[in-house]
Ligand binder design. Structure first.
Ligand SMILES: Nc1ncnc2c1ncn2[C@@H]1O[C@H](COP(=O)(O)OP(=O)(O)OP(=O)(O)O)[C@@H](O)[C@H]1O
Ligand SMILES: [Mg+2]
Length: 428
């Protein structure tokens, strides 16, 4: 590039004189300066067009780099790649929170306005954590109903467990949920973490867990009809689609199950409990080797046996929940006859059998499903729970398969021609 600059400059001056001379002699030869004046702007314009084309192309590639990023309903979802909360635990902090350094002064710093509460604030929100405000108990602690100072109804989860694993789960859940924003995930409103107490404040989900509605409530009067079940299945599929395919790196929930699917006042489903969630590595397929944590009955076989964790482990757990929705059975039920204890083992061979699949359906759904829906949902479930992880679908595929089913059900279409009923011959 820098070859002989003085020589080239001299050469140009000589040439110019030469060209001027020629110009007088020959009308068809343009002076070099004129050529430069015309050519340089053209080159600049062409370069600018090329650069803007490349930029536009790169943007397009980026936006479509995750499979099917066009799912309209996930456009409200957001993931902030880097943690805003700093976990500089300071055990000596007096009466303040462990997170965020200057005791409880984090709210303005967090991305989506996750607040930091004092223990006293949460104590008064729950009338002193009174027994009458207990809405449930889980492996990590008790959940209370509470009304925040601004009148917001909330679910306040108090961590009872001590020890490093509980502490790690608490930190990771607060950190992750502060960065995830998606209408299909239960929203974290805030938290408190002082020396003695660790609490998380969630949006209140007034209809409790999917598990309780499916398996504990009076089944004959259950409000969970086929249409509501399929909408919940789609809500949850969208939640997992967001975690797996719309965040970089992917998030693996690791404890997807019907007690972690909460229902709002309209029976729309949202996914909760990110204490075990794992942020996927950049390694191929986001494969992580880890200790096996999660819940029996929902664990993918390859994860249970080798600890190899991928987004496909969540897809398996999703398939188990879909089977719960379809059959009304719990994943493990030792009270059932031999051969029927494990839901997946019992269901898998039946899902692809046109006669037996009809016999699997939850009796409370009698007459509500079209044969078309039944076969499609059975096929999705079968693909999700298959042993070979690589052949399980992406959650995007599941979402796309469920959309028309839910759409037809909500628009009251009867395109499935006949409603499933056990008494009708499957061939009719
Ligand atoms: N945001 C919420 N709104 C309303 N109720 C809630 C909310 N979060 C939890 N609950 C209730 O509290 C109960 C306990 O929840 P928690 O997540 O601690 O445990 P779990 O999901 O039942 O079990 P595990 O500890 O295995 O996750 C739930 O079963 C549910 O009834
Ligand atoms: Mg839970």
């Amino acid at each position: 590039m820098e070859t002989n600059p003085p020589a080239s400059r001299t050469h140009t001056e000589d040439d110019n004189r030469h060209v001027v001379h020629h110009h007088h002699g020959h009308q068809d030869v343009f002076p070099e300066t004129t050529i430069l004046v015309v050519v340089i702007p053209i080159v600049i314009v062409v370069l600018l067009i090329a650069i803007s084309l490349i930029v536009a192309l790169l943007r397009r590639v980026k936006s479509s780099s995750k499979p099917n990023g066009n799912s309209q309903d996930n456009t409200n979802c957001m993931f902030v790649a880097h943690s805003i909360i700093t976990f500089n635990a300071n055990p000596d902090a007096k009466g303040g929170c462990l997170y965020g350094g200057s005791q409880c002064s984090l709210p303005s710093a967090t991305y989506k306005g996750v607040q930091v509460f004092t223990y006293k604030e949460l104590e008064s929100a729950t009338d002193g954590f009174t027994e009458s405000n207990v809405v449930g108990k889980g492996g990590f602690g008790t959940v209370y109903r509470g009304v925040l100072r601004d009148g917001t109804l909330s679910a306040i989860k108090m961590l009872h467990k001590e020890g490093k694993q509980a502490e790690r789960a608490f930190r990771s859940e607060v950190d992750l949920l502060s960065r995830l924003q998606c209408p299909y995930l239960v929203d974290l409103l805030g938290y408190c973490a002082d020396n003695q107490h660790k609490l998380m404040v969630f949006e209140y989900m007034s209809n409790g867990t999917l598990h309780d509605h499916l398996h504990l409530s009076d089944r004959s009067s259950s409000v969970l009809n086929w249409g509501i079940r399929m909408r919940i299945a789609l809500d949850c599929a969208r939640a997992l689609e967001f975690l797996h395919e719309h965040t970089i790196p992917s998030v693996i929930h690791r404890d997807f199950k019907s007690t972690n699917i909460l229902l709002d006042e309209n029976f729309r489903g949202k996914v909760s409990d990110f204490g075990l969630a794992k942020i996927g590595s950049d390694k191929q397929n986001g494969l992580i080797s880890t200790r096996v944590l999660g819940t029996t009955g929902y664990l993918a076989p390859e994860y249970a046996s080798t600890g190899k964790l991928t987004t496909k482990s969540d897809v398996y757990s999703y398939g188990v929940v879909l089977l719960e929705l379809l059959t009304g059975r719990v994943p493990i039920d030792t009270k059932r006859p031999p051969g029927e204890h494990v839901l997946v083992s019992w269901a898998l061979p039946r899902l692809t059998n046109r006669v037996e699949v009809a016999e699997m359906v939850d009796p409370t759904l009698q007459g509500q499903l079209s044969r078309k829906d039944l076969i499609q949902v059975a096929a999705i479930a079968a693909m999700c729970v298959q042993t070979e992880a690589d052949y399980r679908p992406l959650m995007t595929d599941v979402v796309q398969s469920l959309i028309p089913i839910v759409h037809n059900l909500s628009s009251g279409s009867t395109s499935g021609s006949f409603r499933f009923s056990k008494r009708v011959s499957p061939r009719s």
